[in-house]
Design a binder for this molecule. Structure first.
Ligand code: ZN
Length: 429
């Protein structure tokens, strides 16, 4: 952890680490010069948001809100700031601390116990909340079993500060397709995923993960990426169609949605044929696959920044994958693919602010307002949480952040979140 982050963590005055969610019984009036509500494309001016307990009860122009302020409400005047819905990152790994090379990855699984990794995860979730992310979908523990469920529970019970977590526990892959690999056959190595072979194995694993608290089911659709002579990014598919059909149908039967790691054309094709809900990374997306995503209402979590971050250290095909993803992103915008904000933080160090993804989305052609929606209302839709958060509206949970500058003029403002409220409790001011 950097000195900078440490300073930040010890400088916010209003957080009690052991604060329980029920402590949020305050009534607040938050005033700010600007509001982006996550729904409208218009930036509203001179607004007030009234928060009672953990929910927003009213939002509107300060003049209109004046008569509705409850007695005893505490005023938070954010001056010239812009307030936004709490940000949502739909692709994180709180139990991973960066893995540019396979040696970085193996070292964590071989030399760090799961309890130690869970302790590090408590710092990761705190950093995430302080960065303005009030909800995350954590897409697998990378060998740390069900520790994501424990971190989620600790946050929900107010033991540690962190975002609302939607967890996928252990991702699924097949024998020989996921690290740790390359060690002597005489050694029994830890697995980065839950290994499943055959439909019945898959069914049992999905049920087991649901039993221990998975909100989502994640699997690795492909590996061994290469560029074919036609210029497409191709890959080797990890599962048979029969296995994937079982995976998705069993998950859906249990009310769990499915996220597929799929980078090459073949992996994305297999995942879409199986009926997944989100494609993660998707570097090899082509026109035909993007059209199928629109038709099937499948979300895309592009995770651009992690690719840029690891490409120089990994070399080989990785820099080319960054180029291909940029082209795919432009096409996806034109076709209206639902793009959800997702960063893969943990795949890069948690000392990097996960809001750096925004600048890449905008550089690749997305409007700043659309990028903000991808991390608020659109991300909440993917989580089936639109009734609870993702917009600043009466009735929603009071997950509210603020930045001092104008994020529409300069999207990098979102890397400098100065105010964080989650469920009516202030964590940073
Ligand atoms: Zn990931």
């Amino acid at each position: 952890m950097s000195i900078r982050t440490l300073t930040l963590l010890f400088s916010f005055p209003l957080v009690a680490a052991a604060q329980t969610p029920s402590a949020a019984s305050h009534t607040y009036v938050i005033r700010a010069a600007h509001l982006i509500d996550g729904k409208s494309d218009v930036v509203q001016s001179n607004v007030a948001v009234i928060v009672e307990g953990e929910r927003i009860v009213a939002v509107g122009p300060q003049a209109e809100m004046a008569s509705r302020i409850p007695a005893g409400a505490q005023t938070i005047d954010l001056g010239g700031a812009t307030i936004l819905p709490g940000l949502i990152d739909n692709h994180t790994h709180v139990l991973l601390q960066g893995d540019i090379t396979s040696a970085d990855y193996d070292e964590q699984l071989l030399k760090e116990s799961i309890p130690y990794r869970a302790i590090r995860a408590t710092a990761a979730v705190r950093a995430s909340l302080m960065n303005g992310f009030t909800a995350i979908r954590d897409l697998e523990t990378e060998g740390a079993m069900y520790a994501d469920v424990d971190v989620k529970t600790a946050i929900a019970r107010g033991v540690i500060p962190g975002p609302r977590m939607f967890v996928s526990t252990r991702a699924l892959s097949t024998t020989g397709t996921y690290p740790l690999l390359g060690y002597s056959w005489e050694l029994k190595m830890p697995e980065g995923v839950q290994i499943v072979d055959g439909p019945e194995d898959v069914r049992k694993a999905v049920r087991e993960e649901a039993k221990y608290g998975a909100d989502w089911i994640k699997f690795y659709a492909d590996r061994r990426y290469y560029v074919a002579t036609d210029g497409r990014l191709r890959s080797w598919v990890n599962f048979t169609d029969e296995e994937l059909k079982m995976l998705v149908s069993e998950a859906h039967r249990l009310g769990k949605k499915v996220a597929a790691h799929a980078m090459g054309w073949d992996g994305i094709d297999a995942a879409l044929r199986a009926g997944v809900n989100s494609i993660e990374h998707g570097d090899g997306l082509t026109d035909d696959l993007l059209d199928r995503m629109v038709a099937q209402k499948v979300y895309w979590c592009p995770t651009i920044f992690v690719g840029v971050y690891v490409a120089p250290g990994r070399g080989g095909i990785w820099p080319k994958m960054v180029d291909l993803e940029r082209i795919a992103f432009g096409k996806a915008l034109k076709k209206g693919v639902m793009i959800s904000y997702g960063t893969d933080v943990g795949g890069y160090a948690w000392t990097e602010n996960q809001a750096q993804e925004f600048a890449y989305m905008v550089r690749y052609g997305m409007s700043p307002m659309a990028a903000i929606k991808s991390a608020t209302s659109v991300a909440a839709q993917l989580l089936d949480q639109s009734d609870n958060f993702g917009t600043i509206e009466a009735g929603k949970l009071a997950d509210i952040v603020a930045v001092k500058g104008d994020p529409i003029a300069d999207i990098s403002e979102l890397t400098r979140v100065s105010f964080v409220m989650k469920g009516g409790t202030i964590y940073k001011q």
